[in-house]
Write a protein that binds this ligand. Sequence first.
Ligand code: LLP
Length: 383
Amino acid sequence: MTRFPIDEFKALQTPFYFYDLNLLDQTLNEIKRTARDTRYKVHYAIKANANPGILRRIQAAGLGVDCVSGGEIMAAVEAGFKPEQIVFAGVGKSDREIELALEKCIGCFNVESEPELHVINEIAKTMDKKANIAIRVNPNIDAHTHEYITTGLAENKFGINLEQLNEIINLVNSLDNVKLEGLHFHIGSQITETEPFVMLCQTINKLQDEYEALGIRFSTINVGGGLGIDYATPDKHPIPDFESYFKTFRNHLRLREDQQLHFELGRSVVAQCGSLITKVLYVKEGITKRFAIVDAGMTDLIRPALYNAHHKIENISNPNGEMHHYDVVGPICESSDCFGKEELLPSISRGDLLALRSAGAYGEIMASQYNCRTLPHSVFSEK
Ligand code: LLP
């Protein structure tokens, strides 16, 4: 359970992200323990959090990394990840980003369209290189998650549709400067049910059988990320259930002996170790409501405004106070700048510190400077 050093916090400028590195280490150990099959390779989806202090820890634990931009490739290299541990995804890779990835000799490009494949082949030819390719397949599976973060349905922009897969595989095999390594999938994020992953395994089994009958074998299968976390009661489940997650793949995916299975986990690695710490500026009494106006806003944590997400709020200055209802809102000039409505919290006063929990993933990295605000800084549980 994360403990907040409240006395130390009092001296610090708010808002800031607080990272519990002990919990991060325990999470990484649990991933290593449960993904013990030597054919399993876990890549951390760096888009969830690219704070250098977090990245170094994840790199030291031996995970690979999944990048979606040149900036992420640079951040990964600077944090010590080896280029061959990098996979590079994204529907809109620029020429410069492709060149950078080839210069660094990354492990694999996850290719999302036919024109992209031609461009990678051309650029690799001019650089006298051969790029490893996995084709991102859109398996048309409903992951039952928020519409903005579901990615595996036929109508969204990601990947190659099953109907067009044959054509693109033949194309890869006909080009000289790309080499087909495998297939890549990602069906969405914050997935809390097993069923979508089981369906994914079934789709992959079927595809592998069909392609093997045609004499085509894949050396890697990449199943993306998506494992969800417990936002409502983070202290009950500080570490996601990796055992069940990997077991689903062990039980349902017919991985070949000589194949590697790649995972791209983001949220489940870092979400629970991070909290956004904010100070209460004013308690404003309305006619029917009481507002706690805090110094963090949607610029620091955009998930509530963007996805209607809810992060558990705690009054860490007065944890045992009498309970009252509050709307907890930020200072930004937008009505969506609200972290919680009618939150039942221990009595709040000006100057109290609140923790917005489970904010380690897609928190700090999605911060903006709207309203000319400064970006939040970060504080670690260890110096
Ligand atoms: N692989 C690919 C190809 C992805 O697009 C993503 C996330 C991941 C892996 C990592 O997924 P995870 O294990 O974190 O679920 N900003 C949103 C989440 C966007 C996820 C985008 N793709 C949020 O705050 O909920």
